[in-house]
Design a protein. Structure first.
Lengths: 155, 252
């Protein structure tokens, strides 16, 4: 390699390394802000690294698994409430008035947007279903005695 | 070691090589698309949760993968263009950018169409979706920058630098679903260990990925040939080529 090329190679490589370092630091600094949602445990105990807790009245998103048997529907209206749980064991109750997505069911992961009523209750304005990265035909899932139980046992 | 590559630094040689490779890519694209689409859309079983809607995966995932694949190849070409100052590498960057942009758009569009019935929202500002949108903007920026200069040598260099700057977005897109909480689900086939997908669903997906890869190759070859002809239009061999074409079509 001639010296001019070597110099260009050095400059380009240096640029690439410096840039990725800068972006890496930016992303690291923004870590909490890039998370789409709080988990129930994070709402109760605060974020893992910083211990920052959301304040009452704050607009936020929460993501977690709908607890089996916790869905309570108001027979007269669209009002519904359910509990969310995550691996940490914290449980947060979500109140919602509206149409739930098709994938919503007990044991399903969901993301809800709303504001915090008190330490463990959220009034949601939007509920989104989160599906996992598992794809399988219905027969296979039945063979696993219902995906929900299968998931619960795995935890 | 690299001596055999040297003749292809000449645009004429590269043009001919691309022309020879093109039919193979086209044939492979057609075959894999027919097999993959029929298998994926008609014969693969429906998902236990998402039913038939999950079939969007057969377009969405390959398009997204090739959007990133196109960018990685552009980044390698840009690096070569900057260090060794090979004009053909700059032409590769310019030829690939619009194709990558379209693939990114397809991934975003099919993703939105999939998100509405499954998640309940067309768009969510989560890390995966946002970083993919940034990829589209980077592509558009590269295209705009390349076309902003009338001096194509300068244009190629500027576009190469921008391409290298944008390459940082690739690992961010890929790991966004691992590093942060996102609505988008985690990786299915690119993670270590067993893919979390039933085999009879996985095979058509792999074929569709191959189909999009060969389609990407074919489109790049076409645009690369075009780019060479445009940039070398003043050279005798290009004029000769054009004259020959006129003669052939003149006979009809």
């Amino acid at each position: 390699m001639n010296p001019r090329r070597k110099k260009r190679l050095l400059i380009t490589s240096f640029l690439a390394v410096a840039l990725s370092l800068a972006v890496g630091l930016v992303l690291f600094a923004l870590q909490q802000n890039i998370d789409l949602f709080y988990t129930p445990t994070e709402i109760i105990e605060g974020k893992k690294e910083t211990g920052i807790k959301p304040e009452v009245g704050q607009r936020l998103r929460i993501g977690g698994m709908v607890v089996q048997g916790s869905v309570k529907r108001n027979p007269e209206s669209l009002k519904v409430s359910f509990d969310l749980v995550d691996n940490g064991g914290g449980i947060v109750t979500v109140f919602f008035d509206g149409i739930l997505p098709d994938l919503f069911r007990e044991g399903q992961g969901i993301v809800a947007q709303g504001h915090l009523l008190n330490a463990t209750q959220i009034n949601a304005s939007e509920v989104l279903a989160k599906h996992d990265e598992e794809y399988m035909p219905p027969e296979v899932s039945e063979a696993l005695v219902g995906m929900d139980n299968f998931k619960a046992n795995n935890k | 070691m690299w001596k055999w590559l040297h003749p292809y630094a000449k645009p004429e040689k590269s043009y001919q090589l691309a022309g020879k490779l093109l039919p193979w890519f086209v044939v492979l694209t057609v075959i894999t698309f027919i097999i993959g689409l029929l298998w994926g859309l008609l014969f693969a079983p429906a998902d236990y949760q998402q039913g038939d809607s999950f079939r969007i995966i057969y377009i969405h995932v390959p398009a997204a993968m090739m959007a990133m694949g196109a960018y990685s190849s552009m980044a390698i070409a840009a690096f070569v263009a900057l260090v060794w100052q090979i004009r053909l590498a700059e032409m590769t960057v310019a030829a690939t950018a619009p194709i990558g942009a379209v693939f990114t758009f397809i991934a975003l569009f099919t993703g939105a169409a999939w998100g509405k019935p499954m998640w309940g929202a067309w768009w969510v500002w989560d890390a995966r979706l946002t970083s993919e949108l940034i990829l589209l903007f980077v592509y558009l920026g590269i295209i705009a920058l390349y076309n902003a200069f009338s001096d194509k040598v300068l244009a190629g260099r500027a576009a190469s630098i921008l391409t290298l700057v944008g390459v940082i977005n690739l690992p961010v897109i890929h790991y966004s679903v691992v590093w942060w909480n996102t609505l988008h689900q985690g990786p299915t086939i690119s993670k270590f260990g067993k893919p979390s997908m039933a085999v009879e669903m996985l095979w058509p997906l792999l074929i569709m990925i191959a189909a999009f890869a060969t389609l990407l190759g074919a489109l790049i070859l076409m645009r690369f040939r075009n780019e060479i002809l445009t940039r070398e239009s003043h050279r005798p061999w290009v004029r000769q080529l054009a004259l020959n074409n006129v003669k052939i079509t003149g006979k009809n």
